[in-house]
Unconditional design. Structure first.
Ligand SMILES: [Zn+2]
Length: 65
């Protein structure tokens, strides 16, 4: 079985991989805010989100480290 990186993570669909979203006026949410933009809450600023397979693998690795 071969696992490709694309099987483990995918580009965040909220921010299109940038990790940032335009700040919304009047929005009050937790999280870092910079002028005009905020960290994408979906991916936490990484620009990628784990797939189910990626999450499983990460859980496995953490358990056995
Ligand atoms: Zn994102």
């Amino acid at each position: 079985m071969t696992i490709a990186l694309d099987d483990l993570e995918q580009q965040c669909w909220e921010c299109q991989g940038s990790g940032r979203l335009p700040a919304v006026d009047g929005e009050r949410k937790d999280g870092e805010r910079t002028a005009g933009e905020r960290v994408c809450p979906k991916c936490g600023g990484k620009g990628v989100v784990l797939t189910a397979l990626g999450q499983t693998l990460l859980d496995f690795i953490r358990r056995h480290l």
